[in-house]
Design a protein around this ligand. Structure first.
Ligand code: GLU
Length: 374
């Protein structure tokens, strides 16, 4: 086993640790102060070695629901969940402040929404805040700004948010803590144990299917963890999915202890945050089928998509919604923010610029708003 790199400026690493609702809360929905205390101790060890650690924690909804005296399943209405989070967030934060405080550390609360990563200025502000917190020796403790944004409530239990934060701080490592040993070759909830998949080079469709649906307490589950790992991979960040109950899990993940969990390797190139957000954080509202000429303009020459190249439009969308792009073979190869509404499709599908109404630009999807997916 290699030891943690001692820190004197060299070898210091940026690490994002994501703790899910099922790890950080008890069965009755209270914040599990033992878990928070233990993880705080582990964070303290890493920071003492000079590593920069960001904690991304869920649990606001789970403990807000318990604080309201409710037991049993959580409500499904996102608006109610948003309100519940407002009750739980400060309880969650108090637990982290107490846990980190016992280690002589200060916690700094940063509430973000995936949307923040699509706006350059917001992105830069968030990055600057995190950098300054590091500079002040404070541990940033991040959650989604659930009270006003519900994307992670609906889709991810902070998994994608953690991947976006990993991009933001140019992390070396994203640690997704969960209540299983990692990605298993079969779903444990179906009664078949399955064996641990220790290394993933590429997260493909087969793996996503293996990961199955959402988990129980939060809205995450293994599929959302793999989706986050894929985002991290395209940010050049390694992800470790490991059991948050295992003592010493953070140091072991940093040391690369074999068998600790599932390690997902990074891809060679680093996608800009805005494109990462478009490709993976935004839900898609429709599909544009394009001709071969448009396809090659996008894939081979990195150009914008023109209305003239669109042969068919499916779904319902407004300008600036995320929409997928497929070839005439039906295979999706790109995704981007569309400039038109689906309602006006007859006015723009397949039209050359001179045949478009005056208020519509010839560009259906600008190349800055478009990601070619592999
Ligand atoms: N940000 C949410 C929380 O802290 C995520 C949990 C969820 O989606 O269930 O509770």
């Amino acid at each position: 086993m290699t030891s943690l790199t001692p820190v004197d400026g060299r070898g210091a690493r940026a690490v994002v640790v994501k703790v899910g609702s099922s790890t950080v809360t008890t069965a009755s929905g209270q914040v599990d102060v033992d878990v928070v205390g233990r993880l705080s101790g582990e964070v303290a060890k890493l920071t003492a070695d000079g590593h920069r650690v960001v904690v991304v924690t869920s649990g606001a909804i789970a403990c807000g629901w318990a604080a309201l005296g409710r037991t049993g399943g959580r409500p499904s209405d996102p608006a109610v969940l948003q309100a519940v989070s407002a009750v739980g967030q400060q309880r969650l934060m108090r637990a982290w402040q107490d846990g980190l405080g016992a280690e002589g550390l200060l916690a700094g609360q940063v509430l973000l929404a995936p949307l923040d990563f699509g706006h350059r200025r917001q992105y830069l502000h968030a990055r600057s805040t995190l950098q300054h917190l590091f500079g002040l020796g404070v541990v940033p403790v991040v959650n989604e700004n659930d009270a006003v944004a519900d994307e992670e409530i609906r889709f991810g239990d902070n998994d994608r948010l953690a991947a976006l934060v990993a991009h933001l701080v140019r992390a070396d490592l994203l640690i997704l803590l969960t209540d299983t040993p990692g990605l298993l070759s079969a779903d444990p909830r179906l009664g078949d144990g399955g064996s641990l998949i220790e290394e993933v080079i590429e997260i493909d469709q087969h793996l996503m299917e293996l990961a199955g649906g959402p988990g129980s307490v939060g809205s995450g589950g293994m599929a959302s963890k793999l989706a986050a790992a894929r985002m991290a991979s395209r940010s050049g960040v390694t992800t470790v999915i490991a059991d948050g109950r295992r003592p010493g899990v953070l140091a072991a993940a940093l040391e690369g202890v074999p068998g600790l969990g599932t390690v997902c390797r990074p891809s060679a190139e680093r996608m800009p945050a805005r494109k990462l957000w478009i490709a993976y954080a935004l839900g898609s509202s429709g599909l544009l089928v394009v001709d071969d000429g448009a396809r090659s303009a996008l894939v081979e020459h990195g150009r914008s998509l023109l209305a003239a190249g669109v042969v068919e439009c499916r779904g319902r969308f407004e300008p600036n919604d995320a929409v997928e792009v497929a070839g005439t073979d039906g295979v999706v190869f790109a995704k981007g923010l569309v400039r038109y509404s689906s309602e006006r499709a007859p006015e723009w599908v397949g039209r050359r610029s001179e045949a478009l109404p005056e208020d519509l630009s010839a560009v259906a999807m600008h190349r800055d708003d478009l990601v070619v997916l592999r």
